[in-house]
Design a binder for this molecule. Structure first.
Ligand code: XMP
Length: 323
């Protein structure tokens, strides 16, 4: 029978046997999956693991600080933070196609890791041969790696890997669904703020801007997203919804009237969904007063946004993310 204890025991043993006296690195994304994967591998091989957090500039407000402080405090893990914002923004300049964005972000991610690896190898110690990834079962299935299902999107931690990958992969969550990952995280002693976090995609806000990704647009989306999250939390809805992507339609403008006159700004899309495992999802029937509050605050507080719209599409036919 399946228990979190069994899963942990099994994985710890397998990881120890696989890694031997070599070392591993693990990318922390700020999300549940990579945090639990890292904590699991940390339990197996301790200081042979170094975590790397790539700040690709596509994170939400406050997220980098959360990894730097909360996760390290909870696990005592060795953490190296790489500031790669400029590099990612340069690589993404001029790109609007969703799949191209995902591939670029996935590729740059691995390259930054290889650089970090080189730096870690330069320290004394055994070779760094392994890369830990928080790939879940639904990621495997949707990338066509599990059951022969057609490829829907190239998830950046599965299908977007470059061909010249230099690491062997450790994917201890590959057979698990999200709720199981949360149970494993809890069993490993991770705090609720990490374990109960809603999912956030590896490519970050890069795939929540419909159109080209620029620093300016990211800053704008970060503000809108922070407001939506704040109000959803204040309304006590965090557990009720699976996640609520906030999307900037950067290539769309509409006419509005704000303050003293006419504006020609961008719409923000709210995409609250309820789901069991992200394979399917339903749009969340959020209370109108919560929606109203979010809409009013975003249009008042975020420059260049003059309209907030609600996505009322289930998955299928819509995916949860817009790209
Ligand atoms: P979709 O948009 O395919 O999303 O319905 C399903 C779930 O996966 C998340 N997601 C990702 N997670 N890397 C990730 O780690 C990715 O590239 C990625 N793309 C989507 C999405 O937020 C949702 O929870």
């Amino acid at each position: 029978t399946w228990t979190t204890g069994n899963v942990i025991e099994e994985q710890v043993e397998a990881i120890r046997a696989l890694v031997g006296d070599k070392r591993a690195i693990c990318g922390l994304s700020g999300g549940v999956d990579s945090a639990v994967a890292a904590a699991l591998v940390q339990k197996a091989i301790g200081s042979q693991l170094t975590c790397v957090y790539v700040d690709h500039g596509l994170m939400r407000k406050g997220e980098t600080e959360q990894v730097e402080k909360d996760f390290v405090a909870a696990t005592g893990v060795q953490l190296k933070v790489v500031d790669a914002e400029e590099r990612f923004l340069e690589a993404l300049a001029g790109v609007s196609d969703p799949e191209e964005k995902r591939k670029i972000i996935g590729r740059e991610f691995i390259r930054v890791f290889e650089q970090a690896q080189a730096e870690i190898i330069a320290d004394e110690g055994p070779a760094v041969e392994f890369l830990v990834q928080g790939t879940l079962y639904p990621d495997v299935v949707e990338s066509g790696g599990g059951t022969g299902t057609a490829n829907i999107k190239s998830h950046h931690n599965v299908g977007g890997l470059p061909e010249d990958l230099e690491f062997k992969l450790i994917e201890p969550l590959r057979k698990l669904f999200k709720d199981e990952v949360r149970m494993v995280g809890q069993e490993l002693g991770l705090p609720d703020e990490i374990v109960q976090r809603q999912p956030f995609p590896g490519p970050g806000l890069g795939i929540r801007i419909v159109g080209e990704v620029t620093k300016d647009r990211l800053d704008l989306l970060r503000e809108a997203d922070a407001i939506a999250r704040e109000e959803l939390t204040a309304a006590g809805l965090d557990r009720e919804i699976w996640q609520c992507p906030v999307v900037l339609l950067a290539d769309v403008r509409s006419v509005g009237v704000q303050g003293d006159g006419r504006t020609y700004g961008h719409p923000i899309v709210l995409r609250p969904v309820s789901s069991e495992d992200a394979m399917t999802a339903d749009w969340s029937r959020l209370p109108y007063d919560v929606l109203a509050k979010i809409s009013t605050r975003i249009t008042n507080e975020v420059r260049d946004v003059n309209r907030v719209v609600l996505d009322v599409t289930s998955k299928p036919p819509g995916t949860i993310e817009w790209e």
